[in-house]
Design a protein around this ligand. Structure first.
Ligand SMILES: [Zn+2]
Length: 385
């Protein structure tokens, strides 16, 4: 078990879960709170975290029917639900972010037989707010067979080709399959000399909406809408500033790849990687998060923890993405303490354009970071048995 002291409070974690809290009673003495059923203190959050409502919020406000089904059919690791809870509890962010339930997808075209056989793609933007990283657009690629989604953020639409080439390399290296067909609309970001030249060289068939019928044009748009509605729900319910849209969209994409939607028996993750995804590390967007700076990386007298908000997950390094208001940046770290009992962004984070004062969105938390920060609370970590 690991403990952490913040101000007059102390928190104890077991395998990353908050299990016990206490309050300082005297200089070196703390009262530990042993939870009762009706108490709303932190200690009881450990009992509440497996509720369907919590999982609904963690999983980007996903359809509760899907979450219940994934649990019953054991489609993911690390998802535990109680059996008595109603599936119809009201979730605060959903009302604004998700005004309607999407119908399950009905495909009219023959389904792909293997990974990378057909990729659907769509560009969205320009967005009202420039993202933390300076992006105004995003491009989505969806593998028809697995349902695997890749999202990339762009300053210009012309960056589509670079991302398509990266996806080509990723799928080839990870699965052995090469992209056979890409299906898009007629936007100039797809219909241009450079993209045409590359797809021809690679032997990739490019289907545009001229070739396929409009009724079949829905996969990409539906994927975009699903991602954005999930992102909006998370942002509304956590009062996130709008320039964090790219973080929220990245978060929803990560989640969608780990959800078996409709009547599917496998998650996109499992189709691609041949193993079930583990979702036990997934916590609610906007949760208060403390990032630990290791002793090796930290100069003497500098604090061991910095405070921020959970905004996503890093697919490649298995780290958490944490927005740190003091430096106005997102950092990636595996060593965090997440307090899900405190979800929501401070109102002082306005919706003013994020790029006014900074450009880069990601940095190494262990280098220049500690030089920038003002610390308001004394904090340290201890390890106990
Ligand atoms: Zn919801």
């Amino acid at each position: 078990m690991e403990g952490s002291f913040v101000g007059n409070k102390c928190f104890f974690y077991h395998k990353g879960q908050l299990v016990l809290t206490g309050e300082r009673a005297a200089k070196t003495m703390y009262y530990l709170k042993i939870g009762s059923k009706d108490s709303k203190d932190f200690a009881n959050s450990a009992q509440r975290i497996d509720s369907l409502l919590i999982w609904h919020q963690r999983l980007g406000h996903a359809d509760s029917r899907n979450i219940r089904r994934m649990f019953t059919m054991n489609l993911v690791e690390g998802l535990k639900l109680g059996t008595t809870e109603s599936d119809n509890r009201i979730s605060p962010g959903c009302a604004k972010g998700k005004m309607h339930r999407l119908p399950f997808q009905i495909s009219t075209s023959p389904k792909a037989d293997h990974i990378a056989e057909r990729i659907h793609s769509n560009v969205c933007g320009p967005m009202s707010y420039t993202s933390l990283g300076g992006a105004s657009y995003f491009v989505i690629f969806k593998d028809e067979f697995s349902g695997w989604i890749v999202i990339n953020f762009m300053k210009m639409k012309s960056e589509v080709l670079i991302h398509l080439q990266s996806l080509f390399a990723f799928l080839k290296n990870q699965t052995g399959y090469t992209i056979q067909t890409i299906r898009t609309d007629n936007g100039t970001e797809y219909v241009n000399v450079a993209l045409s030249k590359w797809t021809t060289e690679m032997g990739i068939r490019h289907e545009t909406s001229v070739i396929y019928t409009p009724e079949q044009n829905g996969t990409s748009e539906r994927t975009n809408r699903t991602i954005m509605e999930s992102a909006k729900s998370m942002m509304f319910s956590s009062n996130a500033p709008l320039w964090l849209w790219a973080e929220a969209a990245g978060y929803s994409t990560y989640i969608r790849n780990r959800i078996a939607s409709g009547q599917k028996k496998l998650t996109p993750f499992e189709v691609l990687h041949n193993r079930k995804p583990n979702v036990s590390h997934i916590k609610t967007f906007g949760s208060k998060t403390f990032v630990h700076i290791s002793d090796v990386k930290r100069k003497k007298l500098e604090p061991k923890c910095i405070e921020g908000y959970l905004v996503g997950y890093c697919e490649s390094t298995k780290g958490y993405r944490v927005y740190i208001p003091d430096i106005k940046k997102v950092i990636i770290s595996r060593d965090v303490i997440i307090d899900e009992s405190v979800v929501g962004f401070n109102a002082s984070l306005t919706n003013k354009s994020a790029t006014d004062s900074f450009v880069s969105s990601v940095m190494d938390p262990f280098t220049e970071l500690v030089n920038y920060i003002h610390y308001s609370s004394l904090m340290h970590r201890v390890t106990i048995l």
